[in-house]
Ligand binder design. Structure first.
Ligand code: ZN
Ligand code: ZN
Length: 276
């Protein structure tokens, strides 16, 4: 029997909705590329995973291969997804591809990786940090969240990824974060979009969950639903730090996460018993 490292007496985290089988280059989907992800999921006790490669690598995504993987692993729910960002060079083609394949996709993540520079993602570690040097951090934060609203407004995303990625290198605004994000969270709520709780922030310089506690509080107040995610770029990263995430969710009393099937959002309990 698989050792389930992702549950305690009250909680069981069973999904991971942000994964990159291709990593950071085009690699065509094949059983050799995808099966290790299914094997890792099973080992961890995950039963529902979404592949969300970057839209700039959409040519590698083969829906037939995802179907074959589903046939070979009937105990798992495997969702076809993609991460659409604001890449000034590639995203126009990415959007077209998403529109064309909308009915085959279960799930689209939206994200912002680019600020003013078209040639460098601001979340490159460590070089992206240079984009913050000598800049007004409040203005950078305001600009970032405006771009988040732009992605949300495309009508093509089911969920926003790492919604406060702008903190990745540890830069903090002078203004209280709640005042900066409030309008954006209202916009997300009005658009009926989910946000993710991403453990990826724990392996970055900021060393903090995406999003921050204050943003989680506001999202809970506004009843914005959550997915849970590792942003794994290797099958070895699947479900990374989920026990720590589970503790965070217990502290906030978050008792359900959402999953997606053909863009339909479904809430699922992750907490079987009353919280202590
Ligand atoms: Zn991302
Ligand atoms: Zn990602």
């Amino acid at each position: 029997m698989a050792v389930n490292q992702l549950s305690n007496r009250n909680y069981q985290l069973f999904s991971d909705y942000h994964t990159h089988p291709q990593g950071h280059r085009v690699q065509y989907y094949s059983s050799g590329l995808l099966q290790p992800w299914a094997d890792s999921a099973r080992q961890l006790g995950l039963t529902d995973i979404a592949f969300t490669d970057h839209d700039r690598y959409h040519t590698g995504i083969e829906f037939d291969e995802i179907d074959h993987l589903r046939e070979r692993n009937p105990d798992l729910k495997i969702r076809a997804g993609i991460e659409l960002d604001n890449d000034p060079v590639h995203s126009a083609a990415g959007r077209k591809w998403i529109e064309k394949h909308w009915d085959k996709l279960d799930f689209v993540l939206g994200s912002v990786h680019f600020l003013d520079r078209a040639d460098q993602m601001f979340d490159s570690v460590p070089n992206g940090a240079t984009q913050f040097e000598g800049r007004d951090l409040d203005a950078i934060y305001a600009d970032y969240f405006r771009r988040i609203r732009d992605i949300a407004a495309t009508g093509l995303v089911d969920c926003l990824a790492h919604v406060d990625l702008i903190k990745i290198h540890g830069h903090r605004p002078a203004t209280e974060i709640g005042a900066i994000v409030n309008e954006t969270l209202d916009f997300i709520h009005a658009r009926n979009i989910a946000i993710e709780l991403s453990t990826a922030g724990w392996r970055k310089p900021v060393n903090e969950l995406y999003p921050s506690d204050r943003i989680i509080e506001l999202a809970l107040e506004k009843r914005i639903p959550f997915t849970i995610a590792s942003d794994a770029h290797s099958h070895a990263q699947l479900g990374e730090n989920f026990p720590r995430l589970m503790q965070k969710m217990a502290n906030f009393g978050i008792r359900e996460v959402c999953i997606f099937e053909r863009h339909q959002r479904i809430a699922r309990a992750v907490c079987a018993e009353p919280l202590l």
